[in-house]
Unconditional design. Sequence first.
Length: 808
Amino acid sequence: MSDLIQTVIDSEEKADLRQFIGLLYQQEKRYLLRSDILRVFSEYCSQAQKEDSFFSGSLLGQLIYFTQEFILENESLCLVLRPVIARQEYCRINREDLRVEPLSIQEYLDLCDQTAGRFRPQDGDVLELDFQPFYDFSPSIRDSKNIGKGVQFLNRFLSSKLFQDPGRWQQRLFQFLRLHRHNGSQLLINERIQTLSQLSAQLKRVIAFVSARRPEEPYANFRFDLQSLGFEPGWGNTAARVRETLEILDALLDSPDHETLEAFISRIPMVFRVVLVSPHGWFGQEGVLGRPDTGGQVVYVLDQARSLEKQLIEDHTLAGLEPNPKVVILTRLIPNNDGTRSNQRLEKVYGTDNVWILRVPLREFNPAVTQNWISRFEIWPYLESFAIDSEKELMAELRGRPDLIVGNYSDGNLVAFLLARRLGVTQCIIAHALEKAKYAYSNLQWEELDEQYHFSLQFTADLIAMNAANFVVTSTYQEIAGTADSVGQYESHRTFTMPDLYHVVSGIDLFNPKFNVVPPGVNENIYFPYTRAEDRTPGDRERLEQLLFSLDDPDQAYGHLVDPGKRPLFSMARLDRIKNLTGLAECFGRSPALQERCNLILVAGKLRAEDSTDREEIAEINRLYEIIDRYGLDGKIRWLGVRLAKVDSGEIYRVIADRQGIFVQPALFEAFGLTILESMISGLPTFATRFGGPLEIIQDGVNGFLINPNALEETAEKLLEFVSKCEANPAYWQQISERAVQRVYSTYTWKIHTTRLLTLARIYGFWNYGSQENREDLLRYVEMLFYLLFRPRAQKLLERHFQRDSIE
Ligand code: UDP
Ligand code: LCN
């Protein structure tokens, strides 16, 4: 990369570089992030009257494209360059003679501290965290485009081991097969088969035996024959299925390849009891969405739990076992329940046989705090004891250990780590959204922000969980490694400083095969195309039409539409700053042409600032009123402050689609965005932010549209262009609508998700056993961080809670 800088210096753009540097030094900030850099460069291009092509086509433009950060020192400026996805370089350019020299990671981190006024070498070095040595001996993905395809990589790796070193690896596979038991009974292989060569010989015999039977003959008919040959239940439910599974194993032992390996391991019945951990927030099935901290994660976990049960029942049935899986969602019990069921210990999940929400109370360190909902930023001191108490409850509820523990969000992932460590169970983590990437300078200014956000605890917890996890599930690729010009959420944990606390030299190895992109789906019973009239209830439809467009009830809706027949522009989200519903209102307000043709319909939790205790929510409510006032939007906007029942939240998209409406998701950043899947499957043309997950969900112009939430005029133009096209040719709306539905059904279903998730649980289970890779040293390091760093800080926060007595 320093070559590119040198090329700029040696070219006729040298003067541009100097002048651009000059402009950088006129800025107030000494630490410039990507958005600042692009702004200053664009300013430079217009000041210097450059042609449009200079911005990205010039050498300097290319250099800027690869630059993530600038740190301005008196004599020189430091650049953080990201020449390719997931790789970073650091260098320094001398201001006077433009000499370029590389910087080490340590120098870069010191420099960051210096900028924050926190560099005190006389006090000695700061703690350095470096996880890389623990990954040095693991297999590693080479090409960044394969990041997130961990299991495919691992399958190839494992099958090549079986091929190259059959003596050792076949033996491990054999031992692994002997391990499996369920409810006290042996599965797969019994003590009649003692060696690998016996297994090989018996395989052929049993294949011949089942081949001679009717393919559909039930397993129960010949169970005892198989038992006498050394084979227990788990191979299949019919003669054909047993034969197929045995043949796959035979092929795997004979000529292993990655497909055969995955096909075989995916059939091993080894997951019966699953725990999904989601401690913070109001976790329930009704009346919880739209509260602070309670959004898509609840929807995701509930749907995932339902789908997991369904998939496990299917898998167990096919394997010839009695299907009785159990899935437990572990959350906290909130005694002051505010009308929700969050004070109930156990709640069955609707539409399931054996899926439960298990609520465990936080220990009563301070009832004024622990009796109430606690923000996700404050929950840290209660998690260790929560994990200890939950272990007992889970063991009682499941009558044994779970086979898989899945954590959700930073707090759930920490609890999952503690539980998995205590119980010796495979641990999966799902971030949903990593807070570090959401707040600019969140690490550099952690001390200033700690009073409110406690990032020192959260980022430490994240490092612990992501390193300890056996595997990581993400909804998108960019959650891990970003895009060509933006850093991924996990990637942002690779190298950073928390001044005076620690330097992270290598926080996570993105090339480790633990990362897997497995996007979620939507609940297809609730969200389905508006055209499926037979599944819709006319009464609900009329009631919601009224609510959306005309009901005169100041407790539920603000605004009276002058012309309710105009095409509805619809959005639904919590009133968080980042969701940017106010940005959409502003975009609408600034475009009289859009107001001419559309109404704006917003479903956002609340209407009155006095009903909220959440700072961000209050600010957004006030801002929305101010925008309505400023642009005179009365008569053109409806704002519903309701918490919709789940079925209503499905019908509402369809009611908008009945009127050939449009869904807009204007978030400043959206990690994934379940509402986008919901609107698309309902058949609504969807315009969504291009910052975050939607970039991977929507193929711009094909099955939806991507917008830049910071460019309001451009967004209004894009919406208008679509509306005009639909007016000229109504089939256009139809076409995009159909493609949106197709996109979700083909790529984002819970069936695809859970089939994959269970395959991962099995393959990583085998890998963990088979590799006999010594993870213990990594886990000890992680534990040290927990006990020596996290716990004392959490204790301090607990003391603060005592002093404050309540933490609204
Ligand atoms: N939701 C809802 N009522 C609301 C706002 C949101 O039911 O007033 C639901 C919405 O249908 C979606 C989820 O909450 O299922 C929001 O998930 P998303 O991933 O879009 O965003 P998050 O809130 O998790 O950031
Ligand atoms: C959290 C978010 O911010 C959303 O983008 C996701 O869709 C949701 O969690 C579910 O993963």
